[in-house]
Design a protein around this ligand. Structure first.
Ligand code: FES
Length: 178
């Protein structure tokens, strides 16, 4: 009985969504169409933003965290800002209550960037999302496509430093001089 299920509305009136819609329809709105759908959005709009990922998640009935995972794991997908590493801080209600605001502030301060920006050296792009569908793991982040559960400011900075290959601030070497 196709056609009776209500489908989510595209993020805007833009006719280009019909192209994306056609890709999903061709695949029967099956979850396995995820990558192909994201490709279609990227080709059509040039990048994937939060609205397009929410739309994809709802249309294909896959968790938003999975869409973020795929979108941030593959380098050919652009989320507007394009740093080498991507840190998405979930600012949805559950995560917010559990301190997501502090997580975001911590990264902003440490790297001198705001959400939506990339560090001048191109290492880290910082993004925020509304809810990535992993509320049980709040506060959650997605780091290079991997969901990080129950994040604290300290371990978030540790992980970012690991990703960028920089030593954690806590591990300063006492350089021995001759
Ligand atoms: S509010 Fe963060 S995963 Fe749902």
């Amino acid at each position: 009985m196709p056609g009776l299920l209500s489908k989510p509305a595209p993020p805007s009136e833009d006719k280009r969504w019909r192209i994306v819609e056609a890709t999903m329809r061709r695949n029967g709105y099956a979850p396995h169409a995820l990558i192909e759908t994201l490709h279609s959005i990227q080709e059509t709009f040039g990048y994937l933003d939060e609205a397009s990922m929410r739309y994809t998640a709802a249309s294909l009935r896959v968790p938003l965290s999975k869409v973020y995972g795929v979108a941030t794991f593959y380098h050919f997908f652009a989320l507007k800002p394009q740093g080498k590493h991507v840190c998405v801080v979930c600012m949805g209600t559950s995560c917010y209550i559990k301190g997501a605001g502090t997580l975001l502030e911590t990264v902003e301060k440490e790297y001198g960037i705001r959400a939506g920006e990339t560090t001048p050296d191109g290492e880290i792009s910082l993004l925020k999302a509304r809810c990535i569908g992993s509320c049980g793991l709040a506060p959650a982040c997605v780091l290079d496509g991997v969901v990080a559960p129950k994040v604290t400011p300290e371990n978030l900075l540790e992980r970012l430093k690991e990703l960028t290959g920089q030593p954690a601030a806590a591990q300063k070497n006492g350089a021995s001089k001759p």
